[in-house]
Every structure is written in structure tokens, then in C-alpha cells.
Design a protein around this ligand. Structure first.
Ligand SMILES: *[C@@H]1O[C@H](CO)[C@@H](O)[C@H](O)[C@H]1NC(C)=O
Ligand SMILES: *[C@@H]1O[C@H](CO)[C@@H](O)[C@H](O)[C@H]1NC(C)=O
Length: 345
């Protein structure tokens, strides 16, 4: 479908179809039927091409999928591929679907994803992008920034600020439903965070551009200790992990992120000014979740799931706290390379 990016290409294809229709039509009644067919088909086509859904079928469009479909896709993917994160599923599906269904949001959707590496933050932001745009992270409407990669030098902060602001402005002008993902927020310079603040606020527009339909996703390790502490405490009290509620974590999380001097958030007023709509906590993963990740990965590589290897790879991971050894230190992050060891023979 790559070639069919432009409406012109679609029309071209239709004309080819018409030429092919020609002879048959002419067999019935040479000129008039042919002309009538051509006329009807051409007008139907013009109608179809201006019809956004069909056009978007051929070329990537700004907001390819309507809210309900994006929400359903998101839910399905999270159900299939994300393990041990009941809160993430619940919050995200509701937040994203509700936001996309709202034709006139008051502010952009801002999600702050928190948790240790390997718990699925990057994975989930990828799934969110894919549920809205088929191309996912490669879509021209999805923009990902990694602090240490894109904005590494402290002395060039002024330059980064201008660049980032002009990128956000340019991309939202082109597509109001653009998605911006900021990874390693805790390593992002405070000044840079400040520079994106205006875009997240309740402004009708800024210099003629409205940012209210955009989605901003922030990823960080900030608050991960607190999340672990609450989860572990819950476990020690003999409660079911799935009964952990967002409110058990939300307050603790916003306070700990806010008070953590190492996290970029501390310097900025993102939280102070309630610019973040949802805190999304990623819980530390248990042995059984690690096994689930391994099984899905084996399936996606086309192997029959061998439980012996699943257990062996899961056993190779390290677990904390020292005594109970409940949670995987690296979540599911390194299981993929460990699997290579068993299968790359
Ligand atoms: C910082 O910006 C200056 C001027 O724009 C440029 O010459 C320099 O190479 C940049 N430094 C780094 C480390 O990117
Ligand atoms: C959109 O963002 C990308 C970075 O993801 C940037 O390279 C590009 O120049 C931006 N487009 C506009 C029109 O500003």
C-alpha cells in the first residue's frame, strides 16, 4: 500500500479499473453505457476519495483510528502482551479511549508512566502508539525523545529548548492528534521540562495553534522505590496483588516524585500545577510474570513453548528483596537476550 500515498494515485488506479471495465461494457451497448459507467464511477470515486476513512485506508492519516477502535486495540494488545500490570491496563484504556472520543478536549492528554526498568513502560508507550497509528513508533505522527540521546549536553540547553518547542509546534500544526513520548524524564534538564509546560496547559491556543488534542507520555524511574515499597507491603500483609488500587499508589507516588531532588520533575511545576492527568504505576514483576514474558516471546519467535527452558531462563534472573526474592530486578528486560543463548544454536 506504500505506493498509494496520494489521492492522485488512488484516482490513477481507479482509471485503470475503468479502462478494464470498458470493453465489457461496450459489448452491451458501445458508447452510451461505457460513458455512463465512466461518469458514475468517476463521481463515486471523487466522493470516496474525499471520504476520510477510505483515504486513510490508503495513506497514513492523522488519527487513523477512531477512539472506540483505538481503545479496543489497546485493550486487546495489553491483555495479550503485558503481564502483572492490572493498574496500567485499567488506567490507560480508560484514559486513552475517553480522550480520543472527546472531540473537544480542554487540554492535551498527559500520562506519566513510572516504574523500574523492565516493567514495561517503553513497551506500553509503543502499544499506545500502535493502537492509534498503525505505524506505531515509526508513524510520522508519533515522536519519541530520549533525554540522554536527544538532549545530552547541558551547555546546549537553550538550543534544545528552541528546537523542541519548534518541533512540537510544527508537528501539532500538521496533526493535532500527534503523540509525543519523552523517555528518561528523570534525566531531563529542568529547563527543558519547563519549555514544554505551556503545551500541556489549559490554553485555547498558543500563537494560533491548539495543542489540546495531542498526547504527551512521560516515562521515568522516579517513584519506583515507592511503588515497590507499597506493593511489597501489600504482599507481606497477605493481600492479592490484583486488589491493589490506584489510590493506594497515587498519592504516595506524586509525593515521592515531587520530593525526589534527582528527578527532573522536582524542578518543574508539572505536578505542582496539575498538568499531569494520570500517574501510571508499573509494579515490580514476579517470577510468574517473568515466565509469561518468556512464553509470549517464544511464541512470537515461532517456537513451541518448552516449559523447562521457560523455567530455566526465569531462574537465571535475580530477584529481590534478599530474603523473600519475590520481584525480578530487571523485570522482563533481559529475558530476550537470555533466550538467544538457548535458541541461537
Ligand atoms: C552546542 O551548540 C553550539 C552552537 O550552537 C555548537 O557549536 C556545539 O557544537 C554544540 N555542542 C554540542 C556538544 O553539541
Ligand atoms: C516533527 O518532529 C520531528 C522530531 O520527531 C522533527 O524532526 C521535525 O522537524 C518536526 N516537524 C516539524 C514540522 O516541525
Amino acid at each position: 500500500m506504500r505506493l498509494l500515498r496520494e489521492p492522485g494515485a488512488v484516482l490513477g488506479l481507479a482509471l485503470v479499473a475503468l479502462v478494464q471495465l470498458g470493453p465489457e461494457a461496450q459489448a452491451v451497448e458501445p458508447i452510451s453505457v461505457g460513458l455512463a459507467l465512466a461518469g458514475a464511477a468517476a463521481s463515486a470515486l471523487t466522493g470516496l476519495i474525499s471520504y476520510p476513512r477510505l483515504y486513510c485506508y490508503f495513506a497514513e492519516c492523522c488519527l487513523q483510528r477512531p477512539g472506540a477502535r483505538a481503545g479496543a486495540a489497546l485493550e486487546e494488545h495489553l491483555d495479550k502482551k503485558l503481564f502483572g500490570q492490572h493498574l496500567v491496563k485499567r488506567v490507560l484504556v480508560k484514559a486513552v479511549t475517553g480522550f480520543l472520543n472527546n472531540a473537544n478536549p480542554k487540554k492535551p492528554l498527559t500520562l506519566s508512566l513510572h516504574g523500574w526498568t523492565g516493567t514495561g513502560k517503553n513497551f506500553v508507550s509503543k502499544i499506545v502508539a500502535e493502537s492509534i497509528y498503525e505505524g506505531g513508533l515509526n508513524s510520522k505522527y508519533v515522536h519519541q525523545f530520549v533525554s540522554t540521546l536527544h538532549f545530552p549536553h547541558r551547555q546546549n540547553i537553550t538550543q534544545y529548548k528552541d528546537q523542541l518547542q519548534s518541533w512540537i509546534r510544527g508537528n501539532v500544526t500538521a496533526c493535532a492528534r500527534s503523540i509525543f513520548i519523552f523517555d528518561e524524564m528523570d534525566k531531563m534538564h529542568a529547563g527543558l521540562i519547563d519549555s514544554i509546560k505551556p503545551f500541556l496547559d489549559y490554553y485555547e491556543e498558543l500563537d494560533g495553534v491548539s495543542y489540546r488534542k495531542a498526547i504527551f507520555i512521560f516515562l521515568s524511574n522516579a517513584g519506583a522505590e515507592k511503588i515497590t515499597e507499597v506493593t511489597l507491603d501489600f504482599w507481606r500483609r497477605g493481600k492479592r496483588r490484583e486488589d491493589l488500587e490506584l489510590r493506594d499508589l497515587e498519592v504516595a507516588l506524586s509525593v515521592s516524585v515531587f520530593n525526589n531532588k534527582n528527578s527532573g520533575f522536582w524542578h518543574s511545576s508539572l505536578i505542582d500545577r496539575n498538568l499531569i492527568d494520570y500517574f501510571v504505576p508499573f509494579l515490580p514483576l514476579e517470577y510468574k510474570h517473568v515466565k509469561m514474558c518468556i512464553r509470549v516471546e517464544l511464541e512470537s519467535r515461532g517456537y513451541v513453548v518448552d516449559e523447562e527452558i521457560v523455567a530455566r531462563v526465569a531462574d537465571e534472573m535475580t530477584y529481590f528483596p534478599k530474603v523473600e526474592r519475590i520481584y525480578s530486578d530487571k523485570g522482563c528486560k533481559t529475558v530476550y537476550t537470555k533466550l538467544d543463548f538457548y535458541y541461537d544454536l
